[in-house]
Design a protein. Structure first.
Length: 401
């Protein structure tokens, strides 16, 4: 295969991470950038929880990819199929071979619907939905608002997922709606979590325990959905401690699929050989590949041990941009370091939100130190509903925040 193009920097993926890094590299004076992204549509995915909860319209989360790719960046509209670090080339689905001096890998995360038997069929059936799909999020709201009694199940898989708080968010939005409608007392709400606690940071876990108890939610900890019977509306849940399985008949269910790096990425030498999920093996501070010094990665497909959120990308993007620029200048040292900052804006009702911010130490890292960020707050709801979407479209993607 012959090389058909070459760029100083090639970025794999035109999502939040790819567009943000491209914009920041331009601000650092780097002009020869190629961005590989097959989709013509760009989504602000954090809004999908609010779509599923009846608090936003799906159309608010969509813009054209052309409108977000920085000007003068070469947008290569194809899908990556391979990376050759020795030859410093990227192979695309349409047969192109694109060379690079430095490579930034951020293709996002793969939704593995088929990993759980019956899940893919269930989301196509009437009583099951998922906010992890633009097409399905409105269906979640249809199910919630039409439910008056019965059993509602909300699940979360084990392993890293994008926006780890999302499986809980929709449960709280649904329960609050049912309480407003006066029917919560007639609905059994089951939240299935694979973790031993509600959240990895104790102070936020305590608040979420209080929130769940306030709704009367039945929380199944250390548990996971392992099978769905969409026709019989049965959810098979395993308790990882006792190894026992329980069948829960549901009237509605919201599922979150297991997630991993894209299959093509797992097959490359970029993946961590000890990690079957296939994430790009990077130094967690510099975000440079541990074996291939010309390659960097950020966002959901990177191996850094932090929550996979847009807030993490907002802090990772300037680190990657500065370090790529330094590497291009053949600097001996990389100037920027990522401390693991991430945040999970967890909607706890239709009017309140808990802004959980933390870093690699799993200690709170509040952006607003003068307010008590360890409790759900109404002012944080306005940040989630209006402030963060504005920040995303107008500042973050343009390297201004």
């Amino acid at each position: 295969m012959t090389m058909e193009a070459h760029h100083k920097v090639v970025i794999v993926g035109g999502g939040t991470a790819g567009v943000s890094v491209a914009a920041r590299l331009q601000r650092l004076g780097i002009r020869d950038i190629g961005l590989i992204e097959p989709s013509t549509t760009h989504y602000y995915q954090p809004l999908w929880t609010l779509v599923g909860g009846g608090r936003a319209k799906a159309t608010e989360s969509v813009r054209s990819q052309q409108s977000v790719v920085p000007r003068s960046v070469a947008w290569i509209r194809s899908r990556v199929e391979s990376v050759n670090p020795e030859e410093r080339t990227v192979g695309t689905a349409d047969g192109r071979n694109i060379g690079y001096d430095k490579l930034v890998v951020c293709p996002g995360i793969q939704l593995d619907w088929d990993t759980v038997p019956g899940m893919a069929q269930a989301v196509a059936a009437p009583q099951t939905s998922s906010n992890y799909s633009y097409e399905l999020a409105p269906k979640t709201w249809d199910l919630i608002r039409s439910m008056r009694s019965g059993t509602a199940v909300f699940t979360m898989p084990s392993g890293p997922i994008k926006c780890g708080g999302a499986p809980q968010k929709i449960a709280y939005l649904a329960a609050d709606h049912w309480r407003e409608q006066g029917v919560l007392k007639d609905i059994r709400v089951v939240l299935v979590l694979p973790t031993p606690s509600m959240f990895g940071v104790p102070v936020f876990a305590a608040e979420l325990e209080r929130v769940a108890a306030g709704y009367g939610i039945e929380v199944r900890r250390n548990s996971e959905l392992v099978e769905v019977d969409p026709d019989g509306r049965d959810a098979v849940v395993v308790d990882h401690e006792s190894k026992t399985k329980d069948r829960i008949r549901f009237d509605m269910m919201h599922v979150v699929p297991p997630q991993s790096a894209p299959d093509w990425l797992k097959a490359t030498s970029l993946a961590d050989p000890a990690d079957p999920a296939g994430y790009v093996e990077v130094d967690k501070h510099t975000l440079r590949h541990v074996r291939h010094p010309d390659i960097f990665a950020l966002g959901d497909a990177g191996s850094s041990p932090n929550s996979k959120t847009g807030a993490a990308v907002r802090k990772q993007a300037p680190v990657v941009a500065r370090n790529v620029a330094a590497a291009l200048a053949q600097s001996d040292a990389l100037p920027a370091s990522y401390d693991g900052y991430s945040s999970c804006p967890i909607t706890t009702s239709r009017h309140r939100m808990l802004l959980a911010e933390f870093d690699y130490t799993l200690q709170p890292r509040p952006s607003f130190p003068l307010i008590d960020a360890t409790r759900e707050r109404r002012d944080m709801w306005y940040l989630k509903r209006y402030g963060l979407p504005f920040l995303y479209w107008n500042l973050m993607l343009r390297a201004r925040a």
